[in-house]
Design a protein around this ligand. Sequence first.
Ligand code: BGC
Length: 731
Amino acid sequence: MKRVVFGVAAIAAVSAFAMLDDDAALNAAREVLAKMTLEEKTQMLAGSGTMTLPAVPRVGINSEWTMSDNSSTVRPSLDRWNWSYPEPKTENTKLPSLSALAQTWDVAWARRHGEVLGAECRDRGVDQLLGPGVNIMRTPLCGRNWEYLGEDPALAAKMCVSMIKGVQSYDVAATVKHFCLNDQEMCRGTVDTHADDRTLNEIYLPAFRAAVKDAGVLCVMSSYNRIDGIWASENKYTQSGILRDRWGYKGLLVTDWGGQHTTEFAVMNGGGIEMHRGDRIQYLCQPSSNRFPLAEAVLRGDVPAATVDNMALHTLYVMAKTGFLTGAPRRTGARNTPEHQRVARDEGAESIVLMKNGKGVLPLDANAIGKVLVIGSGADLKQCHKGCSGEGNVPYEVTLYAALTNRLKEAEVKLMPFCAKLEHAATDTSNATEAGGHVELKDADKWCTEAELKAAAEAADVVIVFTGTELGYQENMESEGRDRVEFDLPAPLQKAMHTILDWKLPRVVVVSRSGSPVGYTWTDKADTLVQTSYLGMEEGNSIVDVLLGDVNPSGKLAQTWPKTYSDTAVAQCGTYNKTNVVYNERFYVGYRWHDKKAIAPLFPFGHGLSYTTFEYGAAELCDDGLSVKIAVKNTGRVAGKEVVQLYAAYPGTKVERCVKELKAFSKVALKPGETKVVELRITPRDLAYWDEFNHRFRTDAGEYELLVGASSADIRASTRAVLAKTEFFAD
Ligand code: BGC
């Protein structure tokens, strides 16, 4: 039920928890704005501390508006003036990263993910969550891929819409970030990016657009980079032109921290609330300093008063929507509940991708295992406190090793490191690490010889090899502020993998964790390969649930897994550098690139196996003549879930188009032998391309091929639709 309100006073009396409708929120915001002085309005447009906007008690804003990162937890509360955490550090549930959420291909999980974060924000008194991040995985090297939703704009758009609705259902404002073209961390604060309009609109904007138009996101964060020479935070074309004018965005725009360079210029170009870091916070934002540089600019006549009014109105509008401004009852939250921890575990399990299961080693039979050897100390390394603005602080964290030990109580579960010491020692012992800069060695006693490792492996019923990347700052780790320097896993680790797999033991399960595709050289030797992203506090339990078959894997890759870095678009086009990045590969990102160039990936976008098998029937058009329905049957012996994917191809196109593009997907649960008809709904707008001459999306009349598959490379059925007329769309 929507609340109907005529004034601030009336709002508090209404008890329903639906957010105020837009008009009522605007009216409430206008009432408060009318009472504010110029100084107070400008004060609202800059952070009053690391994560706050100021209170203005004179007009009834009695407390500060509080923000917090991130997309998978509510980051611990920060010091008022800097990035340190006052003790005791606040604790919150840590859910899987967004790269994992994307691998669920399930909007219901995105909704739950958002609801948990919304509830935990409310319990902490956080009004604005700084997530989700929806930048596109353009290069596997980007240090923040794990904070984003994969390589495909349609997948990212659908998942972020659902997540945002979940967050905002708790009267907390979500923030979609980083707007835009912030698709690498290397030199993110200086790099100049250039994408042609078609590429921008078809690949890099759809998730932002969906957040604004379909989810009603209340906040947008601009990015650090430049776009066509102009800082994203000061860029009129993207901020005023696209976000406000084209999409009709009414919410709050906030800069990334320290990402604004010239206040006045930014304000004149659609810029947002200026968030600072370091000394600038104290210098500019401390109300007691009595500095109001923006007000001074208005008084000088350099900035129109109406521009400041408008910006303050956006902020007050968001405050009104959430109930913060009006004192309306807000939904209460909770944190660290068993329910939230269960979401972490189940969402994690749902995101895991079974890449290979050649000899049917998985699922393991818990009752038949006497001895398990886990190789790789990363399997017992806690992760949740890592990741810069993506980090968390959890009441507990279950590693894979701990989960195995808990679960297989009767079995002997042993953990040994990779024996890379000897290889590494030859080059550099001063910085000895387990696998060449991969995992920091914590305990020198953990070294073993290769013979010792082999003997332990041979004595075990099952060997679980845990490999992949880590969150952190070192080379080959994934982190904010820097990209990985190499696509491949470190050479000593690759070598260790070959060594272990060459032993040809009967039951070896490789579990690889990363937020991005990484280079493997040994996959043809591995019968069984499980890919996981960073799964948060319940990571170990989620993985064990899948390994033991309590959960039948149903995750699918949200990214193409190239064989080598040199196969990727940015490598072949030479479009990845530190200074001036021209997106010359255009819209050929991920599978679009591999399709165009006929380069077989190691694992395709959308790939993921199950412990059961699915049979697809014939694809048929629905009554609207465009959507597709298809019967899918579980032909195996256990229940499972399949992600049915709909791609469009353009046989009769007169303009350049991709070989195929994802348009819809649906995850269906099937009991053994069960068949369900899955409907994949699309509209003509879904088939549109950006018409550079008319500056609009356009769908041409003609024939479209609709491909239904289990991955982008495993198309099981197809049908054709004909559109009678060409249509243009406003955006
Ligand atoms: C990151 C943002 C984050 C902000 C506040 C920046 O460095 O890029 O994603 O929300 O810090 O912590």
